[in-house]
Design a protein around this ligand. Sequence first.
Ligand code: NAD
Ligand code: IPM
Ligand code: MN
Length: 361
Amino acid sequence: AGTYRIAVIPGDGIGTEVMPEGLRVLDAVSRRFGIAFEYQHIEWASCDYYQKHGRMMPDDWKVQLAGCDAILFGAVGWPAKVPDHISLWGSLLKFRREFDQYINLRPARLFEGVSSPLAGRRAGDIDFWIVRENTEGEYSSVGGVMFEGTDREFVVQESIFTRRGSERVLKFAFDLAQRRARKKLTVATKSNGIAISMPWWDERAAEVAAGYPDVTWDKQHIDILCARFVLNPDRFDVVVATNLFGDILSDLGPACTGTIGLAPSANLNPDRAFPSLFEPVHGSAPDIAGKNIANPIAMIWSAAMMLDFLGQHQGKAREAHDAILAAIEATLREGPRTGDLGGKASTAEVGAAIAERVARA
Ligand code: NAD
Ligand code: IPM
Ligand code: MN
């Protein structure tokens, strides 16, 4: 096998603390499974870079990244230095769009050794995937403020749902559901209130569903869907949602599994025309940054998802992915644990424990 070229973007805050732990585990994988990585360490796409250069990234960012096989990303955002919409539209959201990473795949799983804030839920009770549309929808740049500063002032921001964009994310979700044991899919909607785009989205779902007679599917309005994440999380298998609804569900799901500190994500261009990007669901967490107490598991699991995607779900990369997951499971069961899981361990201690377990796998 050749060498995987990985662009490494730590970003801001705890992004810079969890990234070394992701790399530490990849080093262990490299030694244990003979998989070679070549890293391209990138210091732009951070708020510090913005403060020095007046922009988040150099002009040739796309050329610099286009040659890599994948991007490993920490977190961007430091609102005290740069407004969030500037730092995020100048980096992460640009990657998702320009590299057409139209799937954002985010698991919610309750592990042994982790307690859910939901009463009576045990390991295995929560185990589902959120498939979030990642390039369009409510995250649009079409609109503007008019008559600013006058009493006629107003703001408009359009949501854009393309037929192609909707069909491809729905197909991805139905395909995923079809490969799973329960073969169940829930489509998030809001066609009772958002009366133009959402009924149209429901129609796209019904059309795509016709090609998957073996998948049991339903649609649920986003409000009651949120309630059911809390009340009946065991009923979900795969959930597909537009960009904003998927964003909200993918913090709520992991919160139900104990902490957002272990939730990973894969921003995929499934066609492999552009690099895909792998990152924790969480952000830069300014409130705990600089203390070495952030949970690195979301970052480490994201690196495992990267391996699995790079290896096309087979061979050594698949074995390495499984070994990382097993090491995460063992660490959640036996410790050490960071503060969000009730422990006292540092970010580095947890990363080292997982790397050691991978090395022994
Ligand atoms: P956040 O996810 O950074 O933090 C939310 C809460 O969860 C905080 O209390 C934080 O301490 C805690 N937390 C997050 N990750 C943790 C971890 N690994 N271990 C333990 N606790 C953890 O969300 P926020 O506060 O809304 O955003 C902070 C900044 O991050 C903002 O600038 C925001 O725009 C940005 N952000 C970036 C991304 C990204 O890069 N993908 C994602 C979300 C937010
Ligand atoms: C996420 C984040 C981003 C999003 C923000 C930081 C723009 O919350 O990856 O979930 O909304 O997609
Ligand atoms: Mn989010």
